[in-house]
Write a protein that binds this ligand. Structure first.
Ligand code: PRP
Length: 207
């Protein structure tokens, strides 16, 4: 069995569609239920839905041979996995955002609220800017509104969340999209099978 970890949710549905069209289908997955894993014995495939931010852990530790994770997670946690393919879906960007009229007073330490402490720290270190990271788990946009932080480092997709909260993108740090990743040992021992998936998906991505 080739074990495949997919991110649960809208992105996962889209990503599964790519696998399906590439010939790696598993009809049971389309049945609406709360089941978390699905097998296609004939093809030797087992899919499972995991929280998007957990996919890299399943793959790094070998519970999944391959999986699909956002570039944001790969940059933030730097898991020991191979990144095999940009799937061209789940596109968004990692940004610094804040009040539209934000002015960065260089005499003060900049307070940055984020779910992505590592990315924020690396980004500001590259600019030589001192920051105080305020780690949050969600609704990051509230932080500058309530004065908890000066700016945020977060994902922007449509920009609607920022707009509706009177915030704006101040800087773009890096573009983000979903990536196919592989466990390093699996990639060595199941190379042909995994490469077949990479080739199949690559063709679908180009269409
Ligand atoms: C993400 C991100 C932004 C929002 C951006 O949040 O943290 O809040 O999506 O999308 P937009 O540009 O299309 O508005 P998510 O939905 O993951 O929820 P969270 O607040 O729990 O992080």
């Amino acid at each position: 069995m080739l074990n495949i970890a997919l991110p649960k949710g809208r992105l996962g549905e889209k990503v599964y569609g790519l696998f399906e069209r590439a010939g790696f289908d598993c009809p049971a997955i389309r049945e609406e239920n709360r089941k978390l894993f699905f097998e296609n014995e004939a093809l030797g495939l087992r899919y499972f839905w995991v929280k998007p931010s957990d996919v890299a852990i399943y793959v790094e530790r070998g519970a999944a041979d391959i999986g699909v994770a956002g570039k944001d997670i790969l940059l933030e946690y730097a898991p020991e996995v191979y990144e095999l393919l940009d799937l061209g879906v789940g596109k968004c960007r990692m940004c610094v955002a804040g009040p539209k009229d934000f002015y960065d007073d260089m005499r003060r330490t900049l307070r940055v609220a984020t779910k992505f402490s590592h990315i924020a720290t690396e980004y500001y270190a590259s600019l030589g800017r001192d920051i105080d990271v305020i780690p949050l788990n969600g609704s990051i946009e509230l932080a500058p509104i309530l004065g908890l932080s000066d700016v945020i480092v977060d994902i922007v997709e449509t920009g609607a969340t920022l707009r509706e909260n009177d915030l704006a993108v101040l800087e773009t740090i890096v573009p983000i999209s979903a990536r196919l990743i592989a466990n390093k040992a699996s990639y060595a021992f199941q190379n042909e099978r995994i490469e077949a998936v990479v080739q199949g998906l690559a063709q679908e991505v180009q269409k």
